[in-house]
Design a protein around this ligand. Structure first.
Ligand SMILES: *Cc1c(COP(=O)(O)O)cnc(C)c1O
Length: 371
């Protein structure tokens, strides 16, 4: 039998080549190709407006803003975080010489369980690093109350939460700072890219120094900063993608509606519904396989889908706490993280992107429904 077309888990949002070419010509004319150029400034302005945030600083990827936020806030000692994320979250702590302390997740959302935070606080704790997993907002109110009570900073890894709002307010305004990733696989991309969102001009200035080696001016270096500047080509590409991201999110929404409709009554398969008051971005569509009820394990289903050229991804399996760098930590003990392990062992993220066609969606669903 002839193999059908491969359906990938994601597909990058790409700007129109003609439009991009116009902007490239302009960049060539200006001969200013990086270091806070024209399109860099334009993109920061446009993103502040689109995301409803006061200040943003562009980065060359989504990992360096995590590392830089920790440096700027002078975080040391221990940071409470989640093992149910992409490995960059915890790596950013490692790069700052900080000890990660993993706590378990809330199975209702996949996010860090706020009820587990207080028990993990020690005299060395200085911050909390939660993740809005799959773009589902954390309970930011509850996390703020605990952070305020103990004098802790909060840095949100909001790599999945581009454009997510709660009751009309951007989720990116929560905590001391929030980070974004504009990697090719994300809802909004600049090929590689990322950003840091902050509340005030003073912090933005400091962050802008830190992403440019720590230079405050020609002769003053204020700190050992990294190099993480976004160049003009990717900033221009990003400006064009911003024009079509709303349509892409709406296309994803329609995919989610169809997946939910078809999977709602499939025994042993569960998924998340939209949260009330939340503007979602439909960045991922995770399903959870209950092997007993479904009659097949997660991995059996995952490989069966793969055989039929439907490529899901087991995000987030394996858990960060199981990787060799981290598994020796006391908090990495699986007994400390039962819900995280359960979710990691049952999840498959279905293909989810703006370019999925009706027949693609049907093929994805058939691999799950026809056993
Ligand atoms: C993608 C991602 C990152 C890292 O972003 P890059 O742009 O790939 O460096 C960090 N955290 C989470 C949760 C992510 O999904």
């Amino acid at each position: 039998m002839e193999k059908e077309k491969i359906i990938t888990v994601t597909s990058p949002l790409l700007p129109d080549l003609g439009e991009l070419n116009k902007l490239l010509k302009d960049i060539w004319n200006r001969k200013w190709i990086t270091n806070n150029g024209h399109y860099h400034q334009e993109l920061e302005k446009a993103l502040c407006e689109y995301l409803k945030v006061p200040y943003i600083s562009l980065f060359t990827n989504g990992t360096l803003p995590l590392i830089t936020a920790l440096q700027a806030l002078r975080i040391t000692g221990e940071v409470i975080t989640t093992p149910y994320s992409f490995v960059a979250t915890t790596h950013s702590l490692w790069w700052n010489g900080i000890k990660p302390v993993f706590i378990d997740i809330d199975p209702q959302t996949g996010n860090m369980d706020p009820d587990k935070i207080e028990a993990a606080i020690t005299p060395k704790t200085t911050a909390i690093m939660p993740v809005h997993v799959y773009g589902k907002p954390c309970n930011t109110q509850r996390i703020k109350e605990i952070a305020d009570k103990y004098g802790l900073k909060v840095i949100y890894d909001a790599a999945h939460a581009f454009g997510v709002e709660v009751n009309g307010e951007s989720i990116l305004n929560a905590g001391d700072m929030s980070t974004l990733s504009f990697h090719a696989t994300k809802v909004y991309n600049t090929i590689e890219g990322g950003a840091l969102v902050m509340h005030d001009a003073e912090t933005k200035k400091r962050i802008d120094y830190l992403k440019n080696f720590g230079f405050a001016n020609e002769v003053t270096v204020v700190a050992p900063g990294i190099n993480s500047k976004m160049d003009e080509v990717r900033a221009a590409y990003g400006l064009l993608n911003l024009r079509q991201v709303d349509a892409a999110i709406e296309a994803r929404h329609q995919v989610a509606i169809k997946y939910r409709e078809a999977l709602r009554n499939v025994e042993g398969i569960t998924f998340f519904d939209d949260m009330p008051g939340v503007k979602h971005n439909y960045s991922y569509f995770p399903i959870f396989v209950d092997a007993e009820k479904y009659g097949m394990t997660r991995d059996e289903l995952y490989f069966k889908m793969k055989e039929q050229n439907v490529l899901g991804r087991r995000y987030f399996y394996p858990l960060i706490s199981t990787f060799s760098t981290y598994r020796g930590l006391e908090s990495a003990n699986p007994e400390n993280l039962p819900m995280s392990h359960k979710m990691a062992d049952t999840v498959i993220c279905l293909p989810m992107h703006h370019a999925l066609k009706e027949e693609d969606i049907e093929r994805v669903l058939k691999t799950i429904i026809n056993k």
